[in-house]
Design a protein around this ligand. Structure first.
Ligand code: ATP
Ligand code: MG
Length: 405
């Protein structure tokens, strides 16, 4: 059977970045990129530690989660890899054991660099079998410009002298970012956008790491989503959103629908509505939303599909009924569920809507005959707009046909 590290069997030069990665952040990625540029190793291997001897005390996030976050973060650079080597080795993680294992996998004579911070290098003689380690691989040690480096330079000179150690000092600007800071922010429910790769952040949130809000559609999750939307939307749009929530809840109660799902679908239905046309187009491409001719001509309608996707990606909603109601809230479609109908109608008639043709009549009908109210709404849209999406005609056929013989 092929080894899990067979991609290293022909690797002549390898840089290793070990760490707890709890979680991985852009400081780690910037460091790795800098090493790639300055030292040109063929591969850069991130190795999350299982049980680092120097970090006992604070309970770590499960190694499987830390590994998956690093994997998510390193997928986009073809030179980056992430290894389970230390996770699968029983006992504590010692660098010497890791380097020995890598030496066995890589071709004889391969260049192996081990990356460390300045503090770690100053401390290196306390590591397990330090003297041997210093001869087994080269070291790249980060030196912060401006930081007092005399002590480091003296220390490194001595290691070179005494142990024939190969140590390179790499200058790199300081990213004042740490796993600790990210954990604290996430625990307070604050944003860490820009501090860690989105794929890793999404993973952390979806798995409820660092005591973030659990994406369980409960009250805490809802308040978190609401606060986030408030920042993202204009006051006018946010007011409309809250109005739609209120109306959707009332309709769901009246017609025996799912109140919680109605509240969520209403909250997120316009999440992406205020994105610019350029951003909508770009996201459609990125998220694989295909544009039919009507969407092409009226890009604004894509806010339905984009909000569905944003609900999934940014707000961690996975419920297919909620997502469907968001997707079809403007156009309708041929199989409108009760929830779909509630969201469409709530959007039409929410209390903050200013008068438009048909509104009076829809409000009049809303709690007596929901389908009749929707027919009025869709017909009014058809009269007003130049280009109508075929789904609206499908919806009309369904609503007008049902129960009316
Ligand atoms: P914690 O705050 O939990 O100590 P950390 O952010 O320091 O986490 P580690 O997993 O301890 O992350 O670090 C792994 C490696 O990345 C170490 O070699 C460390 O020196 C380096 N590193 C950590 N933060 C940065 C940063 N902001 N810029 C560059 N390198 C960093
Ligand atoms: Mg650290």
């Amino acid at each position: 059977m092929a080894s899990k590290h067979d991609y290293l069997e022909r690797c002549e030069s390898l840089a290793v970045l070990g760490g707890t990665f709890d979680p991985v952040h852009i400081g780690h990625l910037a460091l790795a990129e800098e090493v790639l540029q300055q030292f040109r190793p063929q591969r850069l291997l991130f190795i999350p530690s299982a049980n680092p001897p120097h970090k006992q005390g604070r309970p770590k996030t499960h190694s499987e989660h830390r590994f998956k976050m690093v994997l998510a973060a390193t997928c986009e650079n073809p030179a980056f890899d992430c290894s389970r080597l230390e996770l699968e080795r029983p006992g504590e993680s010692y660098t010497i054991d890791t380097i020995k294992q890598l030496r066995k996998i890589c071709p004889a004579g391969a260049k192996i660099y081990f990356i460390t911070g300045a503090d770690a290098m100053l401390d290196i003689l306390s590591w397990k079998n330090a003297e041997e380690l210093l001869t087994l691989c080269s070291f790249i040690t980060v030196r912060r410009p401006g930081a007092a480096s005399q002590k480091l330079e003296t220390h490194v000179a001595a290691l070179r002298e005494n142990f024939k150690a190969e140590i390179y000092l790499m200058d790199m600007p300081l990213y004042s970012i740490s796993g600790t800071e990210i954990r604290e922010k996430l625990a307070r429910g604050e944003s860490v956008r820009g501090m860690m790769p989105i794929a890793a952040e999404t993973y952390a949130r979806q798995h409820g790491l660092y005591q973030t809000v659990q994406p369980d559609l409960g009250p805490e999750h809802f308040e978190w989503a609401k606060a986030r939307l408030k920042q993202q939307l204009s006051p006018r749009r946010f007011k409309h959103t809250l109005g739609t929530c209120q109306e959707a809840e009332a309709l769901a109660r009246h017609y025996g629908g799912d109140v919680l799902k109605a509240r969520w679908a209403a909250l997120l239905h316009d999440a992406t509505k205020e994105y610019s046309a350029e951003k909508k187009l770009t996201l459609c491409r990125k998220w694989g939303i295909t544009l039919d001719p009507v969407l092409e001509a009226n890009i604004d309608i894509t806010h339905c599909m984009l909000s569905e996707e944003s609900a999934r990606r940014d707000f961690f909603v996975e419920d297919s009924e909620i997502l469907q109601a968001i997707r079809y809230h403007t156009t309708g479609w041929r199989e409108l569920s009760l929830l779909d109908r509630i969201i469409m109608l709530a959007d039409y008639i929410e209390p903050h809507r200013e008068d438009y043709p048909g509104l009076e009549q829809m409000r009049e009908l809303a709690y007596k005959d929901m389908d009749a109210a929707l027919v009025v709404g869709i017909k009014a849209t058809i009269e007003e707009e130049d280009l109508i999406h075929p789904w609206s005609y499908d919806a009309l056929r369904l609503l007008a046909g049902e129960g009316r013989g």
